[in-house]
Design a binder for this molecule. Structure first.
Ligand SMILES: [Zn+2]
Length: 334
């Protein structure tokens, strides 16, 4: 990776040297002295807004890190080469990937509801690459004080890291909702006996500092519960003991917010049975993936996939013994 980055840098230098040479040749031959246009660098959208019936939905990009993988994050139980080959077939780099980290804001017209809070200053992707939710909300014209309800899919650091900023709740007027099982699990002191470098320990630490103090403002959900009119919780256990997905429905249009039911839109969907490194119960995580993908494919629901590529919206289609992710293009503009 270092070698190829250097190669790219070298190519850029060479092409910019060539451009400068061409520019000075042009300047020499043009009496008015026209200069070459400067490059402005690559751009990317940081938020993406759609409508689901009468609800306005904003996808917010919290992190842009390029990390090692998808093996073993997806397919840790498989030979590395198998995942790398699948990436090549899909014209993706075999050993590096850029997960989405995409909280979802739903304005129902009556309430403003945020699903997951990104990495904050303490999450899986450190600043400056991660923890950008506050900036994205500002860019999208949303004041954190306007958020009425923060709903969590689960309590890993990349989902609860943005709950607090500088030791204070980042959403000063919000109530919270999470699965009762999830809150109980992370409340147990033995979580802090986990391996200090691991995701469990770090998540327990952030939970204790940022979420547990908000218990009195938190509603504890079970699958099937109505979170607010048009939004229902759905069991998606396995990744964590109380991982929930959420159905959002307005005027007959539906969105499924599935949290961490996929860590990679190609690998997770092609082989839901492949073990996921960050699943706390591997067998249950695999069963949940298959069940959720099957439902999304059968019911043709638009999915908000937290770790799928930004804007993290797509459909699921059956493909052989697995599934494939179909990114949203113009379907929601109809
Ligand atoms: Zn996650």
């Amino acid at each position: 990776m270092i070698t190829s980055t250097r190669a790219v840098t070298r190519r850029r230098l060479m092409s910019s040297a060539a451009a400068m040479a061409a520019g000075s040749a042009l300047a020499a031959s043009t009496p008015s002295g026209g200069a070459a246009s400067p490059h402005h660098g690559p751009t990317r959208a940081s938020f993406h807004r759609i409508e689901i019936g009468a609800f306005e939905v904003t996808m917010l990009l919290d992190a842009t890190a390029m990390i090692d993988g998808p093996w073993p994050i997806v397919g840790e139980d498989r030979p590395r080469g198998e995942i790398e080959a699948l990436m090549r077939e899909n014209r993706l780099p075999p050993t590096r990937f850029q997960p989405g980290f995409t909280p979802v804001l739903v304005n129902t017209g009556r309430q403003t509801v945020l699903f997951d809070t990104g990495n904050g200053g303490v999450g899986f992707v450190p600043r400056p690459a991660g923890g950008r939710l506050g900036e994205r909300l500002a860019a999208a014209g949303v004041d954190p004080a306007a958020i009425d309800l923060v709903v969590l899919t689960h309590c890993h650091t990349d989902h609860i890291g943005g709950l607090a900023e500088g030791g204070r709740p980042f959403f000063p007027n919000a109530a919270y909702a999470v699965c009762a099982r999830e809150f109980d699990f992370w409340s147990k002191p033995e979580r802090l006996s986990a391996e200090p470098d691991g995701n469990e320990y770090k998540s327990a630490l952030v939970f204790g500092e940022a979420f547990r103090p908000l218990a009195e403002r938190t509603r504890f959900l079970k699958p099937g519960d109505e979170v607010c009119p048009g939004i229902h919780a759905l069991a998606a256990f396995g990744h964590t003991p109380g991982h929930l997905a959420y159905h959002v429905e307005s005027e007959g249009r539906r969105l499924l917010i599935w949290g961490d039911c996929a860590h990679h839109e190609v690998a997770s969907l092609a082989h839901p049975e492949w073990s996921a490194f960050f699943d706390m119960d591997k067998a249950q995580g695999a069963a949940t993936r298959r069940a959720i993908y099957e439902m999304a494919a059968t019911e043709e629901i638009v999915v908000a996939g937290y770790h799928t590529s930004f804007p993290s919206l797509g459909y699921v289609a059956r493909n052989g013994t697995g599934y494939r992710w179909v990114p949203v293009s113009y379907q929601l503009d109809l």
